[in-house]
Design a protein around this ligand. Structure first.
Ligand code: ATP
Ligand code: MG
Ligand code: FE
Length: 347
């Protein structure tokens, strides 16, 4: 079965084709970074309009690249939520229309299920069950995963997501949007011993997170230190490093705790922040020390992409799931309500 996947939930237009026998045969991502950078964040209406311009050309591109004709597409998967409603509507309407025109089934995919399953596209793929840490711009969640669609949220952020905290702290440090990767770059030159930021909510039991205090901590630190700094650039780098270390340590502590709580030994990381190099290094070492294993998507499948949607959609379509002509994208959509699918590795 060959599935076309379309992702338009935020500021990336992603399109891909996943084939059950051949795997991922084409994928393309267009990022709207330049459009939103001048505003310092995503402007929803501009995002929707740009998806209108870019989605169809990208679909043509992946069809051509994989020498796929519309008649050999067996189903269409599109991101149906959560995300920006206008942006979701573009991909949903287009995906649903193409499926109807081609006489094929369509399926609305949960964006976070897409992120969660992205590591399964890689080799070696993690086997079920595992614990997943979803760390993106809008979510920080620990999920116990028994199979596809069989999700139990163990804990999540009570305020800012980890990626959001990276982006807001980057803004405080005067770094361009999107700040996460820029902050990580600046932190490379930072002295880890100069400042120590708190590790929020690690001194009490539980698997909840809270990252909003860290950006305030960064702001206060900058305001106190910058006026008296001999080398302001070095001070900014030291603050970036202290912030990154605090986020990474907190995530590592909670992941170890989550594996214990759920009785699992495999940990899967996904979402934009899982591209962070320091997070990967420290997580790998901490989990390996306890005899566990860690899995990630390739770096450009950590952030939004069409491949994860094509892949998640393929699982659901090949299990016979599809949607009627009426479709309704959802800005909010809890992941625990999704239906269970017998996975290919379990068949
Ligand atoms: P969601 O998936 O929750 O709807 P989103 O789609 O906006 O949110 P992603 O595309 O998965 O999120 O990830 C983007 C986030 O990842 C941004 O907050 C970005 O700053 C962060 N990010 C990307 N690369 C890195 C990195 N190397 N270090 C830290 N953060 C990063
Ligand atoms: Mg994005
Ligand atoms: Fe995302």
């Amino acid at each position: 079965m060959r599935v076309l996947g379309i992702e338009t939930s935020c500021d990336e237009t992603g399109v891909a084709i996943y084939d059950g026998d051949l795997g991922l045969i084409a994928h393309a991502v267009y990022s709207q970074i330049e459009i939103h950078a001048q505003y310092g964040g995503v402007v929803p209406e501009l995002a929707s309009r740009d998806h209108v311009r870019k989605t169809l050309p990208l679909i043509h591109q992946v069809l051509e690249e994989s020498e796929t004709t519309p008649s050999s597409i067996d189903g269409v998967a599109y991101t149906a939520g959560p995300g920006l409603i206008g942006a979701l509507l573009v991909g949903s309407a287009l995906g649903r229309s193409l499926a109807w025109a081609w006489g094929r089934p369509a399926i609305g995919v949960h964006h976070m299920e897409g992120h969660l399953l992205a590591p399964l596209i890689e080799t070696p793929a993690p086997e079920f069950p595992f614990v997943a840490l979803l760390v993106s711009g809008g979510h920080t969640q620990l999920v116990d995963v028994a199979g596809i669609g069989d999700y139990r949220v163990l804990g999540e952020s009570l305020d800012d997501a980890a990626g959001e905290a990276f982006d807001k702290t980057a803004k405080i440090l005067d770094l361009p949007y999107p700040g996460g990767p820029e902050l990580a770059k600046l932190a490379e030159h930072g002295d880890p011993a100069r400042f120590r930021f708190p590790r929020p909510m690690t001194d009490r039991p539980g698997l909840e997170f809270s990252f909003s205090g860290l950006k305030t901590f960064a702001l206060n630190c900058l305001r106190t230190e910058l006026p008296k700094a001999e080398d302001p650039e070095q001070t900014r780098a030291d603050i970036a490093r202290a912030f990154e270390d605090a986020v990474v340590d907190t995530l590592v502590i909670k992941c170890r705790r989550a594996l214990k709580t759920a009785g699992r030994r495999r940990l899967v990381l996904a979402g934009g922040v899982s591209a962070n190099r320091r997070l990967r290094e420290r997580m790998n070492a901490a989990i390996a020390a306890e005899g566990g294993e860690t899995y990630y998507p390739r770096p450009n499948f950590c952030t939004d992409n069409g491949a994860m949607i094509a892949y998640a959609g393929w699982h659901r379509l090949q299990a016979g799931q599809h949607e009627p002509l009426s479709f309704r994208p959802k800005a909010r959509w809890p992941m625990e309500g999704l239906s269970r699918v017998q996975s290919a590795t379990q068949l």
